[in-house]
Design a binder for this molecule. Structure first.
Ligand code: PLP
Length: 259
């Protein structure tokens, strides 16, 4: 049997299984690629929030990455929670040395308001990580933190995208899901513009949507789709996963990968 495309996630663990590495691997399994993981941090987490977080040493992150890439190889990489400036810079250096496309989810703060990236790491994200990204997938809070552009309407998303592209990613997806109305995302490389719309889901169980979108984009890229097709297909996947997000624990439940 021929091996499926291989996709690597470099991200944090969510012990509750809804976001982070766990959401990434579930997405990859659902989309028919071989998922691999480089763990950057471990969180004690559930539907109510993050109760604790511990970073891995930078040597452990580098060693996991080398083990995977040097033997198995990757067709696409996704990055998520990177926790500190030191880890952001180490991962950016590793990505600079590969030809595989990199989907960078510049994870800042969880839906519950827990910090997943130190404020002191923002500059490393801007100057080291975003320049090596094929696709960056910030939400509106992350756009605000990284660029200072506050998005209150769809036209603002254009300004936000332009500001993000100045940091150097080839493409950016501005996730406008927190605006009212349809869930609208803007994908652009500065010349092409794709507005991706999906009806708003009336479902509060949205834990893991950002991780899932970025992993789905990486999975479709690994299967050989060009960026606009990969992002469009990934949005369809997330919309389905979100439609069947379910209650678990006493708080915000996860999106569903079995839909
Ligand atoms: N936990 C980890 C390890 C994550 O990587 C992320 C998001 O990237 C989250 C939690 C946040 O998930 P959400 O904001 O969807 O609740």
């Amino acid at each position: 049997m021929t091996a499926p495309p291989r996709v690597l996630t470099v991200a944090g663990s969510d012990s509750g299984g809804g976001a982070g590495i766990q959401a990434d691997l579930k997405t990859m399994l659902a989309l028919g690629v071989h998922g691999m993981s480089v763990l950057t941090a471990v969180t004690a987490q559930n539907s109510l929030g993050v109760q604790g977080a511990w970073e891995l040493p930078v040597e452990a992150v580098r060693a996991q990455y080398r083990s995977v890439v040097d033997d198995i190889g990757v067709q696409a990489v996704k990055t998520g929670m990177l926790s500190s400036a030191e880890l952001v810079e180490a991962v950016a250096d590793l990505l600079a040395g590969t030809d595989a496309p990199a989907v960078v989810d510049p994870v800042g703060v969880s839906k519950h308001g827990d910090a997943l990236l130190a404020a002191s790491a923002l500059d490393s994200v801007r100057t080291k990580l975003l320049p090596v990204a094929t696709v960056a997938t910030p939400n509106l809070d992350e756009v605000g933190q990284l660029t200072g552009v506050r998005v209150g309407s769809e036209p603002d998303m254009r300004r936000a995208a332009a500001a993000m592209l100045e940091f150097g990613p080839r493409w950016v997806v501005i996730k406008g899901g927190h605006l009212s109305g349809d869930a609208v995302d803007l994908l652009t490389d500065g010349s092409e513009e794709h507005w991706l719309r999906a009806p708003r889901q009336d479902n509060r169980h949205t834990h893991g949507t950002g991780c899932t979108l970025a992993s789905a984009i990486a999975s479709y890229l690994a299967k050989g789709h060009p960026v606009p097709e990969a992002v469009t297909a990934a949005k369809t996947y997330v919309t389905g996963a979100l439609a069947s997000g379910f209650a678990l624990g006493g708080g915000i439940g996860p999106v569903d990968h079995g839909w």
